[in-house]
Design a protein. Structure first.
Length: 145
């Protein structure tokens, strides 16, 4: 992984770890089951019915995720500008020739911020894997916000 993505992921993990202790305490005060079991069926108390996804739905967790999601998108755009311009007109002589595109780093934000946690931070993955939506929107100009 590119060092800039790694640095972004490291600061994301550190920030998540810093905000989660009070959120998990709040969760334990009110919920019957641990966050890892929220994706399963079964009986839920009133609090769990209100917070179906578990602690991942807490506004502070969503704010951190959203901040880093947008940062990954910005880094992807920055790296995309490094790609040399290409002649996009295909020629008959191009058949059978491998493309020689410049290798530009690109990471899907959901992979860096949620899916990769399964192997690098299983404790955080238990919480973040219940996420079923991405807390970003699309502005009228097509930019994520």
């Amino acid at each position: 992984m590119n060092s800039r993505y790694q640095e972004l992921q490291d600061t994301y993990l550190a920030e998540l770890r810093s905000i989660l202790p009070p959120i998990l305490s709040w969760w334990k005060e009110h919920a019957v089951r641990p966050p890892a079991e929220m994706g399963t069926g079964g009986n839920r108390n009133d609090f769990e019915r209100r917070w179906l996804l578990g602690p991942v739905a807490h506004p502070r967790v969503l704010a951190v995720l959203r901040t880093y999601y947008l940062a990954v998108l910005a880094l992807n755009r920055e790296f995309e500008t490094l790609r040399p311009p290409q002649d996009t007109t295909p020629r008959e002589s191009d058949w059978g020739i491998d493309d020689e595109e410049a290798d530009v780093p690109f990471v899907l934000p959901i992979d860096l911020l949620v899916n990769d946690l399964e192997s690098i931070a299983p404790d955080l993955y238990e919480i973040m894997s219940n996420l079923v939506f991405v807390p970003v929107g699309l502005a009228p100009d097509g930019e994520y916000c």
